[in-house]
Design a protein around this ligand. Structure first.
Ligand SMILES: [Zn+2]
Ligand SMILES: [Zn+2]
Length: 201
């Protein structure tokens, strides 16, 4: 099995079900890595801005992007630019070289007419849909020629001064829970977490 297919299967396992939008996310992510000639971000070498918003269909795209690029919520190298769009900009931090890749509408009619989406429309949860019907859409997106489904932008320079990580946790002076140093607030003599401080942020 080739490495890309392995990446796809890992992404789907992490995501929790097999769907077209997560596969689209994997494909844009892999395309971005290839054009930038970079590997998956093991640390914070890469940074991504994903354009999905909140509470809309197809947000699964974001999990595909995270899995393929290694730009993740947990590492803090993934941010949302909430336009409700299926696109991502990936940046190599060392060089600030960036590329935006978006997913084209080419297959949306076929996707809409599929057994999977018909059942989603009836309110059936994606992981309760038969596996064969999940895989039908996975393969449709996965096997499509790249030029049919992706728009690759030009590589450009992304201007940003990247902030270093502030390392270290300290127990809150009031509740005792571990709190990242940058998030401690000073109240009187004590260094406390935000909820204990009464501040909003
Ligand atoms: Zn999904
Ligand atoms: Zn506290």
């Amino acid at each position: 099995m080739n490495d890309d297919r392995q990446t796809l299967l890992k992404a789907l396992e992490f995501h929790g079900h097999r769907c077209w939008a997560s596969v689209a996310g994997v494909r844009v992510g892999l395309a971005a890595l290839r054009v930038l000639e970079v590997k998956r971000s093991g640390g914070r070498q890469l940074h991504a801005f994903v354009e999905i918003g909140e509470d809309h269909g197809g947000m699964c795209f974001g999990d595909g992007v995270q899995s393929a690029t290694g730009c993740t919520l947990g590492k803090g190298n993934l941010e949302k630019t909430p336009y409700g769009k299926l696109a991502v900009t990936v940046i190599e931090r060392a060089s600030n070289r960036a590329i935006r890749v978006s997913y084209k509408p080419t297959l949306q009619k076929q996707i809409g007419a599929s057994a999977f989406m018909t059942k989603r429309g009836q309110g059936i949860e994606p992981d309760d849909i038969p596996e064969a019907e999940q895989l039908e859409l996975v393969d449709l997106i996965w096997n499509a020629p790249e030029a049919d489904i992706l728009t690759l932008g030009e590589v450009f320079q992304f201007e940003r001064d990247w902030l270093p990580e502030v390392i270290g946790f300290v127990p809150c002076g009031a509740c005792g829970e571990l709190t990242a140093k940058a998030y401690l607030r000073v109240v009187g003599e004590k260094h406390v977490c935000i909820p204990c401080s009464g501040y909003e942020r």
